[in-house]
Design a protein around this ligand. Structure first.
Ligand code: V47
Ligand code: SF4
Length: 397
């Protein structure tokens, strides 16, 4: 599937009036409104959306497609909260079915990566009382003492709200403590959908939208960066998605601290919302594209391949996405337990590079803050025919 060229879209006299106006705005680098965001969801065809999103993507990044090498640590899958979409957590009443790592257990996992070329550890999991301010401060300190160059991307406002409240400290004091302990950045999880009515139904009593946004704001004010996700394709409407992105766009105007927008497709296996059908691949691609168009002040849009699978991740690169997360050793279980295509989500650097190259893009290994580590465009591998399944196009320079 190739997006329609923006010049073809602009020249199309039969195009719907609203879509024609939006295309002209995008071409002129103008921001689209809330209502125009809803219009895109309601009536824009896939090729049109791809054309606009790809125009923005290539203006910002050309053919560059970023990936990184990280590993995940999930301290526990037991959780006090009861999000209805979550397949991963074991309720606190059944905690014997789950895992709960000690600080030493986690350090053993981190040490298992000694000598491996990973640049980031991504830490996120369930919320439990023993994982408090002291625990996480110790953990971040120990990781930094052991491996100072490893970027610690850890926890979300869901955990921070809980541990700061328990410690009776303000968000400002708490985030300052985390910074001093070695936290480098915050991943984008826990955002779900900001609309209060929908959030109340699905998010199991965890932090509110306002609290989620406020903790990111404070973190940005400390000069640090974070990501933002949106869980879509469940019981929300198109207007709720635009509202979610609108709140992110407003905060980004204020702080500039978000790096990447990560739409997360709701997966329905093994959770309380299994009766809700999953979105189609076409809807996933439309959603990436609208995210790219709406969030004009975000540098990056990421498709998280362990969740959507390799082929959709490849397709997404023509629909506004410039980052596919990557990793040589993805140990996360959040999606495998929710029914994602990737049951053993691990790709070698060679596989990942070919996946990107074979849809005509340039694979760039990055660090967490998008510093370039290596351009793999012309890298020659020993067995260049090994992954025939991904062969499609030569690299476009
Ligand atoms: O907040 C949980 C989502 C998120 C399901 O910042 C589900 O680089 C779909 O935020 N179907 C956590 N999604 C993961 C996350 C993330 C992942 C990769 C990279 C980054 C980053 C952040 O996972 C949760 C929730 O929205 N989630 N269950 C499910 N059944
Ligand atoms: Fe707990 Fe996170 Fe699952 Fe919600 S999504 S139940 S906060 S682990």
């Amino acid at each position: 599937m190739q997006p329609t060229s923006i010049n073809v879209i602009l020249a199309d006299e039969s195009l719907d009036e609203d879509l024609s106006r939006i295309a002209k705005k995008v071409f002129a680098d103008e921001r689209i409104s809330f209502d125009e965001g809803v219009v895109l969801y309601e009536k824009a065809p896939l090729g049109y959306l791809g054309g606009l999103a790809n125009h923005i993507r290539e203006k910002k990044h050309g053919n560059k497609t970023y990936f990184n090498r990280n590993f995940h640590v999930e301290p526990t899958n037991v959780c006090l909260y009861t999000c209805t979409f979550c397949s991963y957590s074991r309720r606190i009443k059944k905690r014997e079915d789950g895992w709960e790592y000690s600080l030493d257990d986690i350090m053993d996992i981190v040490k298992g990566y000694d000598g491996k070329p990973v640049t980031e550890v991504h830490i996120v999991g369930g919320v439990l009382p023993q994982y408090d301010v002291a625990f996480y401060s110790d953990l971040f300190r120990q990781i930094k003492n052991h491996r100072p160059d490893l970027h610690v991307k850890a926890l979300t406002p869901v955990e921070y709200h809980y541990i700061f409240k328990k410690a009776k400290i303000s968000y400002e004091e708490g985030m300052q403590l985390m910074l001093e302990a070695g936290l480098d950045s915050m991943p984008g999880g826990g955002a779900e959908i900001f609309d209060e009515e929908i959030r109340d139904k699905i998010a199991g009593g965890k932090c509110s939208s306002e609290q989620w946004l406020r903790i990111h704001e404070i973190w940005h004010e400390l000069g640090k960066r974070s990501n933002a996700t949106m869980l879509y394709g469940h019981i929300e409407s198109f207007a709720h998605r635009v509202d979610h992105m609108d709140r992110l766009r407003k905060l980004q105007d204020k702080t500039g601290g978000f790096q990447t927008f990560i739409p997360l497709k709701f997966r329905n296996k093994g959770n309380e919302m299994s009766d809700v059908p999953e979105s189609t691949t076409v809807e996933d691609l439309r959603n990436y594209a609208i995210g790219r168009i709406y969030l004009d002040n975000f540098d990056h849009v990421k498709a998280y391949w362990p969740m959507i699978g390799r082929s959709t991740a490849q397709l997404s690169l023509a629909f506004g996405v410039d980052d596919i997360d990557g990793t040589i050793d993805d140990t996360t279980r959040i999606y495998t337990m929710a029914g994602s295509e990737e049951q053993t989500p691990a790709l070698s650097t060679e596989q990942l590079v070919k996946l990107i190259r074979n849809v005509g893009r340039k694979p760039i290994e990055r660090d967490t803050l998008y510093g370039v580590i290596k351009d793999y465009t012309d890298e020659v591998f020993e067995d260049d025919n090994k992954y025939r399944g991904y062969l499609a196009l030569p690299v476009v320079n």
